[in-house]
Design a protein around this ligand. Structure first.
Ligand code: PRP
Ligand code: MN
Ligand code: MG
Length: 181
């Protein structure tokens, strides 16, 4: 296995910046959802890290569910075709749902998910995305909580992969072009 440091060109968001941001957003979520049950829906696999840390930043009761969708496969460009690999276990009827995502890139995954959730009878559906690439947007996504707006480069780490690798990096970093050239 290659040395990871030689495969990234720069760190965009550090572990410490992520931690501080999760605390800020957690405080907003606690205030916004006061008196209401809250179901966090993590989008596998990219959202695993942010879901695990964000859930533990919330000093209140929540429940968690997971949906696995994929549009990127092994490339660096969205295929535009979103596939459900694992559906939710829960019935969303009457639930206040907060979708937790690692990144909004083209926006295709989340806009597809929001459409998919619209018919399931939730009381409310909002989105928290840790990262967003404004310059890559192909569709607008109504996202209530955003961690960081970042430049339009292929990023990995903290859940984000390239061909399933680099998800375990602690920071969000730019992948060196020679890796996918
Ligand atoms: C990535 C990422 C988001 C989505 C964002 O998932 O985790 O879910 O792409 O891109 P978009 O805004 O252009 O749709 P991916 O399809 O790579 O699956 P993964 O989470 O299992 O890595
Ligand atoms: Mn994903
Ligand atoms: Mg991916």
């Amino acid at each position: 296995a290659a040395d990871v440091q030689s495969e990234i060109t720069k760190v965009l968001v550090t572990e410490e910046q992520i931690r501080a941001k999760l605390d800020d957003i957690a405080a907003r979520v606690v205030a916004d959802y006061e008196g209401r049950d809250l179901l966090l829906v993590g989008v596998l696999k990219g959202a695993v890290m942010v879901m695990a840390d964000f859930a533990r930043s919330l000093p209140r009761e929540i429940t968690m569910d997971w949906m696995a969708v994929s549009s990127y496969g092994t490339g660096t460009k969205s295929s535009g075709v979103v596939q459900i690999r694992k559906d939710l276990d829960s019935d969303l009827t009457g639930k206040h749902v907060l979708i937790v995502e690692d990144i909004i890139d083209s926006g295709l995954t989340l806009s597809w998910l929001l459409e998919n959730f619209a018919s399931r009878g939730a009381a409310s559906v909002e989105v928290f995305a840790l990262l967003r690439k404004p310059d890559a947007a192909k569709v607008e996504v109504d996202c209530r909580y955003i961690g960081f707006d970042i430049s339009n480069e292929f990023v990995v780490g903290y859940g984000l992969d390239y061909a399933e690798k680099y998800r375990n990096l602690r920071d969000v970093a730019v992948l060196a072009p020679h890796v996918y050239a």
